[in-house]
Structures are given as structure tokens and as C-alpha cells.
Write a protein of this length. Structure first.
Length: 150
């Protein structure tokens, strides 16, 4: 949670990686290879034509980062709840509600951070990441329990 809070506290300009990405990927090969990507995300076009190769790559890196850190949050939240409530039936649901609440509060926090935009779409990506982390943890527990019974 601290990593998420710290990251959301930084203005976009402090996190902008496009110039570094451009040094590695801004070649005609990458422009052609990524030219098929074109969609709208939160009212903005994501395409090589609109934001360049570095912008497209940074977009996917940022969204993957959202997915990954919230995967970890979901995984560790459900793990913590499992330690606290060994017999609770709905720890996955409680963990998911916590992840969605934290994702929403994170986007609200970004509203008050300079040069950042809170997006409902990011809450959805965060929630999917959290749900995957919760599912993965519960699946590990399920497999572990089935092996103990064998």
C-alpha cells in the first residue's frame, strides 16, 4: 500500500519515461510493429500516430504496473485475512471489496496530486489485478488443502 501511495503522490512529470523508452524503441521497426494498436482509453486515443511509440509503450507499462501492484495487494490482503480469520467463508469477497475501496481512494488521492488524472478505468484495471491476486492465492490454498487430504 505504501508503494501505491508513494507512486500516486508523484506528479506525472516525475514518472514520465517516454524519453528513455524513445532512446531504445523509437526506430522505424517499432513504429511499424506497433502501428496496429489504436483504441480510446478514458477519452484519449492510444496509438503510435497519436502518442508515438514511446507513449504507447509507456501506456502499457503503466497499466501493467497498475495490474501488478494491485495483484500483489489482493494476494497479500486475502493472505492476511486468511491468517486473521481461519474459518471465514467470504475472505475473498472481503479482500476484493478492500482492493476496490483502496483503488478508488488511490484515484481520489491522484485528484489532489499535481499533473495527475483520476480515472474510473484505472480503478477497473486495479480491481481486475486485485481479483487475480485473490484468485491466485485462494487457488494455491485450495490445491494445498487437496494435497493434504490425499
Amino acid at each position: 500500500m505504501g508503494v501505491i501511495f508513494y507512486s500516486s503522490s508523484q506528479p506525472y512529470g516525475d514518472q514520465d519515461m517516454r524519453s528513455e523508452i524513445g532512446q531504445v524503441f523509437n526506430r522505424p521497426f517499432w513504429e511499424k510493429a506497433l502501428s496496429f494498436i489504436s483504441f480510446t482509453y478514458a477519452g484519449s486515443e492510444v496509438s503510435v500516430e497519436a502518442i508515438g511509440v514511446p507513449g504507447v509503450i509507456e501506456f502499457f507499462m503503466r497499466k501493467f504496473a497498475h495490474l501488478f501492484v494491485f495483484f500483489c495487494l489482493g494476494f497479500f490482503t486475502v493472505g492476511s485475512l486468511k491468517l486473521l480469520w481461519k474459518t471465514a467463508r467470504f475472505i475473498g469477497l472481503y479482500a476484493f471489496l478492500f482492493v476496490v475501496l483502496y483503488a478508488s481512494l488511490d484515484e481520489l488521492h491522484q485528484y489532489f496530486t499535481g499533473d495527475r488524472t483520476p480515472l474510473v478505468q484505472d480503478v477497473m484495471i486495479d480491481s481486475v489485478g486485485g481479483a487475480l491476486g485473490i484468485f491466485f492465492f485462494l487457488r494455491i490454498i485450495q490445491r494445498s488443502n487437496s494435497r493434504k487430504q490425499d
